[in-house]
Design a protein around this ligand. Structure first.
Ligand SMILES: Nc1ncnc2c1ncn2[C@@H]1O[C@H](COP(=O)(O)OP(=O)(O)OP(=O)(O)O)[C@@H](O)[C@H]1O
Length: 363
């Protein structure tokens, strides 16, 4: 964020242990047996579609509600189970919300100082730590400003300074960037990631944005319908998605129904993929083939032939949509190239066969 050293705000992050967490509201089961262990200082993203239970899980961590069943421990101490409930203010947390939640009648400095005031920190130390926290988020000298006079991005930086000023053991983020425009989202996301690493705080970050989750987090929990489908570092999720659900949600390529043959796959619609090398693993039979975007590369074998149907310039490359396969069963793949191409331009692509994933149909 700035080159200000965060020395006095560095905290020792706490481990988080969640075991058998269930949340029911009347007949609806919103969290259905969540087990998560997060090591101290790690950043976990909870990623999933609207309504999958992300915010409900974050609220349980924060102590803003109580689970129907299960246990949460922070730093080895049980903060909630059937017998225990530690209130939010005693959990050692900092929180950043989507809507900033700043107090409009208080100056920026007073907003950031508030968690220290509540903890009875002396005025002189308070002032020094507020200055430092504002410096860290790139708002040095903003103490006297009114929150209402700041841009959305600046208000979120104030909220971030307020969340870190009391050296929390755990930081919780609930979709903090979703009210900001794309460029600002990208830059603030990178800055938050850097800040978290400098501070060493454990963090849980709720988002439905894949890019945010993948760029910020050490570990991503993909959630669907109250369950964690897969929890893994971003590169593992991309290369080894555990299930069709994860593949479908992450949208990192094309998923096609087909039949595994001795030498490759015959996809619905008739497209044949024949591997140059013998395939290992999985028996022949029906299932789904996942062709990740990352498996595409230019080359002479032209395992896949298609037509360019769209190109978008982004960050030095053309994100190119290539339509492959016959008319009624055509599918689209995204390919990064530095060449500009006319619409309907015919392209032949090679495949990195080792990156294809086959999900055999359950017997
Ligand atoms: N206090 C409550 N009482 C009844 N139902 C609730 C309550 N809180 C949440 N729900 C329901 O639980 C489900 C999950 O909500 P939650 O806010 O956790 O989802 P989410 O994954 O964070 O979604 P979004 O990305 O839209 O915020 C929703 O169907 C919601 O209506």
């Amino acid at each position: 964020m700035s080159d200000h050293s965060p020395s006095s705000l560095v905290s020792s992050g706490a481990a988080i242990d969640i075991a058998g967490l269930v949340q029911r509201f009347a007949a609806q089961t919103v969290l259905d047996g969540i087990d998560i262990r997060l090591d101290p200082g790690r950043v976990l993203a909870l990623l999933g579609p609207s309504g999958c239970g992300k915010t409900t899980l974050l609220k349980l961590l924060a102590g803003l509600s109580r689970p129907t069943e299960g246990r949460i421990a922070i730093g080895g101490e049980t903060v909630v189970d059937a017998r225990t409930f530690v209130p939010p203010e005693r959990r050692g947390l900092g929180m950043v919300f989507q809507d900033y939640a700043l107090w409009p009648h208080m100056s920026v400095g007073a907003n950031v100082a508030f968690p220290l005031e509540v903890r009875g920190v002396a005025r002189r130390e308070r002032a020094a730590r507020v200055t430092e926290a504002l410096g860290m988020v790139g708002l040095a000298g903003f103490e006297a400003r009114e929150p209402g006079s700041l841009s959305g991005g600046q208000q979120q930086r104030v909220a971030l300074a307020r969340a870190v000023v009391a050296r929390p053991r755990v930081l919780l983020f609930d979709e903090p960037l979703s009210n900001l425009d794309r460029d600002l989202r990208e830059s603030l996301c990178a800055e938050i990631g850097q800040l978290l690493r400098e501070l060493g705080t454990t963090a849980v970050y709720v988002t439905h944005d894949h890019e945010e989750a993948f760029s910020l987090a050490d570990t991503v929990a993909v959630m669907r319908a109250g369950k964690v489908c897969q929890m893994a570092p971003p590169e593992l999720l991309v290369n080894e998605p555990a299930s069709l659900e994860v593949v479908e949600f992450l949208k990192l390529g094309a998923l096609r129904q087909g039949v595994r043959t001795e030498r490759g796959w015959r996809l619905a619609g008739g497209l044949e993929l024949v591997s140059p090398e013998p395939l290992v693993g999985a028996a022949v039979g029906p299932g789904h083939l996942f062709i990740p975007h990352a498996a595409l590369r230019p080359g002479p074998s032209h395992a896949l032939r298609g037509q360019v149907i769209a190109q978008r310039y982004r960050g030095g490359h053309y994100a190119t949509t290539v339509r492959v396969g016959s008319d009624h069963e055509a599918f689209d793949l995204a390919w990064l190239t530095d060449q500009r191409m006319p619409l309907r331009h015919a392209v032949g692509l090679d495949l990195d066969w080792s990156r294809l994933r086959w999900f055999p149909q359950a017997a």
